[in-house]
Design a protein around this ligand. Sequence first.
Ligand code: FAD
Ligand code: SF4
Length: 383
Amino acid sequence: MIPSRLSMLTRPINKERGVCFFCSQCNRGCQVYADFSAGTCLLHPAMKKGKVDLYTNSMVRKVTTDETGKATGVSFIHKMDMKEYKLKARAVVLGASACESARIMMNSKSKSHPNGIGGDSGILGRYLHDSTGADRAAIMPDMINRERYNEDGVGGLHMYTPWWLDNKKLDFARGYHIEYWGGMGQPAYGSGGGMDSLRKYIKDEFGNPSQNGGYGEGLKKDIRKVYGSTLGMSGRGESVPMYDNYCEIDPNTVDKYGIPVLRFHYKWTDQEIKQAKHMQDTFEEILTNAGAILLGEKPGADTLYGLAAPGRIIHEVGTTRMGNDPKTSVLNSNSQAHDCKNLFVVDAGPFVSQADKNPTWTILALSWRTSDFIISELNKKNI
Ligand SMILES: Cc1cc2nc3c(=O)[nH]c(=O)nc-3n(C[C@H](O)[C@H](O)[C@H](O)COP(=O)(O)OP(=O)(O)OC[C@H]3O[C@@H](n4cnc5c(N)ncnc54)[C@H](O)[C@@H]3O)c2cc1C
Ligand code: SF4
């Protein structure tokens, strides 16, 4: 187990980004820009330089192209007046998130791209994959009615177990990491299975299980006692990218802007199901040996060992995969469309796999590489 690595600032940067003061509210967006987010750390400075025109409330429908197949810009629906507008561009960069960029490309049909941009490969939308995920919650009896102090700290994850085993000795491929949760972070009153399931562990002054009801002073007392004693483990793992897991345009449904939506086809393989079983066995072993009491039933084969449904971990990647061969990939290694030189995708669509890690840093790294490539190609007048 290692301390989780976070990118909160301990020294100010450029007089614009302040130092973290441990308020634990990162999920709401840091007011002093001490943590990283695209809005505060990328968009804000770019806007300040005066070189960015930001079109908000603008829902891109498709990439427009000329008769040679080159991108000429995008068309979008303005969410306020619901009218369609066009923007011209020398290069179009899609970063609408993996599935949405694939959707825009599929919807970009023209004479030169009859199946949408990237559609001729038959790969667009395929190899969609999400992280695996399974969880287990527990209560630590020794920590009931524990001492109170401020343990907010920085927001986000605090502890992390990287994948530690040798797959040759296991019955599944790939691996997973473990994230831990619990503690007394505000404004939650503790995590776990809700007071109904926790009350039997809370003792009254005679050592009997609490008889307090579901409201009023008794409930408040129970919450105070149990606060900070529940904890849990979440496994997040690598899934195997499959050709048969894909999204495609639903021919019968459009969204409120009149843009055709996606429909999804996705099944977990035995590899992910066995991985989830391994997660559950590991959670049980660690939590029980640490003295915790597991909450709820252990998920079994009937629930795929608690394996979250595809899409639930929200790490969707792989719809516009990169590769050298235009027959088996949509983009090249610079995330440039094989069949449209001035179109780029900078979200998780280009991923061919995503290890067991969360995807965002890799999205940023690949975007950076693509940005450098675009600048160099524009300078060479190649696009
Ligand atoms: C609750 C939650 C927790 C997560 N936790 C983590 C984590 O801890 N670590 C991690 O690495 N990842 C995490 N992820 C995943 C991570 O947020 C995504 O992988 C990442 O944000 C994807 O980046 P993106 O730029 O591709 O897409 P997004 O961040 O989704 O940005 C896409 C942008 O495009 C806009 N857009 C979409 N469609 C259109 C359109 N048609 N026209 C115009 N604009 C459009 C959207 O409004 C949005 O602003 C989490 C995701 C969620 C939802
Ligand atoms: S805990 Fe998060 S929100 Fe609070 S100051 Fe630090 S980085 Fe910002």
